[in-house]
Design a protein around this ligand. Structure first.
Ligand code: GDP
Ligand code: MN
Length: 336
């Protein structure tokens, strides 16, 4: 069905507020948005939110990735929402599909097991493809090669406050490698043997562990067990050179060989979080307190002076920050 949208004229200005030329010296950075064509409504809402609260003053580019070709309508609707450069890319099969060497019978049993426990996405192969892609492949995509920092965006997310500074430049100036807004506990069944693999990796590659690591964020017993804390990766502002470096490459290869992305349902969030906790200096992990953000049912909303100064629209009383399943208190206790 051909959409009527495609026949509408493109407005000359897509914003009620005039686009300001970006301040000289943007960081080498981009937004990264993995999406399906069917996600378009949530994609449009998310792009609009990011543009309104931050990017219309900066003009950072957008990179959209998909395992299929984006439709004309998808691209048309996205391009309306920003004056910044927009790129649309397709993901190579090898970076997306379940590898041939995965034992499908074992993978199927793993899916049934998680389904019987009613774990979200427990039976989904595409979801596993997505988690593996976000763990080991997105930063290798040709459209991202030229960039160092990225800000991950997902369908339906919302930003509630103006952002008064450039977080990419902050990351660069302060040598940060990983930034988050929400941290929480993972479903244990999805990562049943992940920590065992992590321990084996540490034993074989002690040279990759930073002496000032943040192991105590992900383990309460000096590394014996995983405490399930992770940074929620639907929002990330991070340094792709960290993922591209030898430590993370060796780590991903090691995890990939275990097959846990398919035999269990290892998420890119615990994988990224554990890597950041082990291979970076602890002061290189950053909590973006001033970025008010919602994904599905959880939101981070700042209180205090920032709330009015940045014209926030969220409710600080419903912030996830210090609820039972949040790991923020642990992070702050350890890192302040
Ligand atoms: P959740 O946030 O864990 O509930 O998972 P989502 O459904 O939001 O998926 C995470 C991200 O991956 C979103 O940006 C989705 O648009 C994207 N995604 C998930 N599955 C697929 C898929 O099969 N193909 C593509 N192209 N993107 C996907
Ligand atoms: Mn999501």
């Amino acid at each position: 069905v051909k959409s009527t949208l495609a026949t509408l004229p493109v407005p000359s200005s897509t914003h009620s507020v005039a686009y300001n030329a970006p301040p000289s010296g943007r960081a080498n950075a981009t937004f990264v948005f993995l999406a399906r064509n069917s996600d378009i409504d949530g994609v449009a809402a998310a792009v609009q939110s990011v543009e309104d609260r931050f990017n219309r003053r900066h003009g950072y580019p957008w990179v959209f990735l998909n395992d299929e070709y984006f439709t004309e309508q998808f691209m048309f609707r996205v391009r309306l929402l920003t004056d910044a450069p927009v790129f649309f890319g397709r993901i190579e099969r090898d970076a997306w599909n379940q590898p041939d060497w995965i034992d499908e019978e074992k993978a199927r049993k793993g899916r049934l097991k998680l389904m019987s426990q009613r774990i979200i996405y427990g039976g989904s192969v595409p979801y596993r493809n997505m988690c593996r892609f976000n763990s080991g492949f997105f930063f290798k995509h040709e459209l991202l090669q030229q960039y160092r920092y990225y800000w991950r965006v997902e369908p339906g997310v919302k930003y509630f406050c103006d952002l008064s500074y450039d977080p990419f430049k902050m990351m660069q100036e302060q040598e940060k490698v990983y930034g988050f807004t929400i941290s929480l506990m993972e479903h244990k069944a999805t990562v049943a043997t992940l920590w065992q693999a992590v321990k084996e990796f540490i034993e074989q590659h002690p040279e990759h562990i930073d002496p000032n690591n943040a192991l105590d964020f992900v383990s309460d017993d000096a590394g014996a067990n995983y405490n399930l804390c992770h940074f929620w990766s639907n929002f990330e502002i991070a340094d792709m050179d960290f993922w591209r470096a030898p430590a993370y490459q060796a780590f991903f290869d090691f995890l990939e060989a275990k097959g846990g992305f398919y035999y269990e349902r290892w998420g890119d969030a615990p994988v990224h979080s554990i890597a950041a906790a082990l291979f970076a200096r602890r002061d290189q992990i950053h909590f973006f307190r001033d970025i008010a953000y919602r994904h599905d049912d959880f939101e981070h909303c700042p209180a205090g002076e920032q709330y009015a100064a940045n014209r926030c629209s969220c409710n600080p009383d419903t912030s996830f920050d210090y609820t039972d399943h949040s790991c923020l208190r642990r992070f702050e206790n350890l890192f302040s």
